[in-house]
Ligand binder design. Structure first.
Ligand code: XMP
Length: 317
């Protein structure tokens, strides 16, 4: 039986003991896991925790600035690094999902490594790795068990020479949220849907361009804002939009259009290992589909993903 308060107490003591007076660097992602890991460490070691928040250019619309502001408001010592252009230029022309993940993982480490070298005498790297990341990445059932290479696990090159500390490594997502609540983290932040490290890159099927990122950010915003205003956001474990690599014929006024198709995905899950698609109300789907097509230039068709995991996965790539 998991008790968040006891976990916090024990983990803070363990972190103090383990890390002592060393400096620790941590990459914040804007998500629940890295935020909870940061606040835990901040409680244990205070100003010796140095947080870095990298904009990979593949975050949700306006999220880089708003999340950075939120972190500063929480008293965390955080530096924002806007590397969006660098990521997007490295990704140009790349369509293969695993190659996208590898590029993003590599560039992230390069950016992060540069940043950690600016912190004098840093000894530790903290990560918000949680239990499902560990078991989905480390092959325990044979080669096919390495389903997707989660870039935030085991991706540490030797040259960084940092020791790793992962305070949430044994926890499931719901436990992480409960720990966050007992640490006094804003419930809205804790209730945020999970968002993959490679961000929108794995929701843009095919190659990635700045224009596609912008279209998908706009679509995603209409969808997520819609879920919130209909009171559906908290009933869904994860939601997002996918930009498909096909154009479809439509009609606007008297004009024939030939534009992009987006898929909407909303799932129920407890830990992301299995998932069911959510039976969103037809009225909501109708409204959000109209809003997307009317507001986002370049999209003329919206479809809804009704596949469960397994055999599908939550993300399309
Ligand atoms: P799948 O698509 O494998 O997703 O059913 C399960 C959960 O993991 C997230 N996901 C990722 N998270 N790096 C991450 O940090 C990744 O490469 C990655 N791929 C999938 C996905 O959003 C879902 O919550």
């Amino acid at each position: 039986n998991f008790t968040p308060n006891a976990f916090v107490e024990e983990m803070v003591a363990e972190l103090k003991e383990k890390v002592g007076n060393d400096k620790v660097v941590l990459g914040l992602s804007g998500g629940v896991d890295s935020t909870v890991a940061a606040v835990l460490l901040h409680q244990a070691i205070g100003e010796n925790l140095y947080c870095v928040f990298v904009n990979n250019g593949l975050l949700r619309k306006n999220e880089y600035q708003s999340v950075l502001d939120q972190y500063k408001g929480m008293g965390l010592n955080v530096k924002g690094v806007d590397a969006g252009d660098r990521f997007l230029s490295e990704l140009a022309g790349v369509s293969d999902p695993e190659t996208k993940r590898k590029i993003i993982g590599r560039v992230f480490i390069e950016v992060f490594d540069d940043e950690s070298h600016l912190i004098e005498d840093v000894k530790w790297l903290a990560q918000g790795t949680i239990y499902p990341d560990v078991i989905e990445s480390v092959s325990v059932k044979g080669p096919s068990a390495t389903i997707k290479s989660h870039h935030n696990v085991g991706g540490l090159p030797d040259y960084m020479k940092l020791k790793i500390v992962e305070p949430l490594r044994m926890l499931f997502k719901d436990e992480v949220r409960r720990v966050g609540a007992s640490l006094g983290i804003d419930p809205e932040l804790l209730g945020r849907h999970p968002f993959p490290g490679p961000g929108l890159s794995i929701r843009i099927l095919g190659d990635i361009t700045p224009e596609k990122v912008q279209i998908l950010q706009d679509v995603d915003k209409v969808f997520i804002d819609g879920l919130k205003s209909w009171g559906l956001y908290d009933k869904v474990w994860q939601a997002g939009a996918i930009l498909l690599p096909v154009n479809s014929v439509g009609v606007m006024g008297d004009e024939r259009t030939y534009e992009k198709v987006v898929a909407l995905r909303a799932v129920e899950s407890t830990d992301g290992m299995t998932a069911d698609w959510v039976h969103l109300p037809y009225d909501f789907l109708m409204k959000v589909s109209n809003d997307i097509i009317n507001k986002v230039k370049g999209v003329n068709r919206v479809v809804y993903d009704i596949s469960s995991k397994p055999p599908a996965t939550i993300e399309w790539e």
